[in-house]
Design a protein around this ligand. Structure first.
Ligand SMILES: [Zn+2]
Length: 264
């Protein structure tokens, strides 16, 4: 008989299976990414089904077969459904980008508890956000920290080519760190980086997410840093740029001011 495991998880994506079942891909606290089937879940509008919507933080009871890649969910309970985040389009865009990047940066059943905690905290802070600038600031801080947790922390103290501690003038994407003014022109693939941008990246790496929500960055700083982190993410983890997904939503919704019907 398969052992029963109990774990918190974030639902990344789902797809329908036959008439009434659903396969849910979740990132769990203790076991990492798991593919599991929820049988009969689409037959009624049950709370079981609602707990398995993407972008839900839930508690799962799973029959886990070590020799299989598809397990069975027997119970699912919502811990946090991030209703405010889902209630406006920028929230949906950035929330979706959080789970997309989590999905793309993790392998099957490879646990990373720090990454799980980071993703939950990020979604909680985004759920409490009232502006698109706050969402964006939290998102790019999250992506930068995610990169660090999967082994790609950018090196920001010394030139990655010569070790000079001079103020940076570039960021080398393949080497993953800053370039001094002498080495920057020789790099094959770099973006401009001055000391102001480096200071901002360091703030995104270390400031509490709640502080970033309350004091979000300006749009010029965000556009510079988003390009840098996005290129870095795509180069090292593969796949299309995260910005593409965000850009799609931005084009769809224009620059409408945030309407926060879920805010209280
Ligand atoms: Zn150098």
């Amino acid at each position: 008989m398969a052992p029963i495991i109990k774990t918190e998880a974030i639902v990344l994506r789902t797809r329908n299976l036959r008439d009434s079942s659903k396969i849910a891909v979740t990132f769990s606290e203790q076991y990492g990414k798991l593919d599991s089937v929820a049988r009969g879940v689409r037959r009624t509008k049950s709370r079981f089904g609602a707990s398995l919507e993407p972008l839900t933080h839930c508690y799962l009871v799973i029959y886990h077969r070590r020799d299989r890649t598809l397990h069975t969910i027997s119970e699912a309970t919502i811990i946090h459904s991030f209703q405010h985040l889902r209630s406006w389009l920028p929230g949906i865009s950035y929330g979706s980008a959080v789970i997309e990047s989590l999905d793309r940066s993790t392998g099957s059943e490879d646990p990373n508890r720090h990454l799980f905690d980071l993703a939950v905290k990020t979604l909680e802070e985004m759920d409490a956000s009232e502006s698109e600038a706050a969402l964006a600031t939290i998102f790019w801080a999250y992506l930068l920290r995610l990169l660090g947790l999967v082994g790609y922390a950018p090196r920001l103290r010394k030139c990655v080519v010569c070790g000079s501690t001079a103020e940076p003038s570039g960021f080398d994407i393949p080497r993953g760190g800053i370039l001094c003014p002498r080495c920057a022109p020789l790099s094959d693939y770099s973006l401009a980086m001055n000391d102001t941008l480096r200071t901002f990246v360091l703030r995104l790496q270390s400031a509490p997410l709640a502080e970033l929500r309350l004091k979000p960055a300006r749009s010029t700083a965000l556009s510079e840093v988003s390009l840098l982190i996005d290129r870095f993410f795509s180069f090292h983890l593969g796949g299309p740029a995260i910005l593409n997904a965000l850009e799609f939503h931005r084009r769809t919704i224009g620059t409408a001011p945030p309407n926060c019907p879920g805010a209280t």
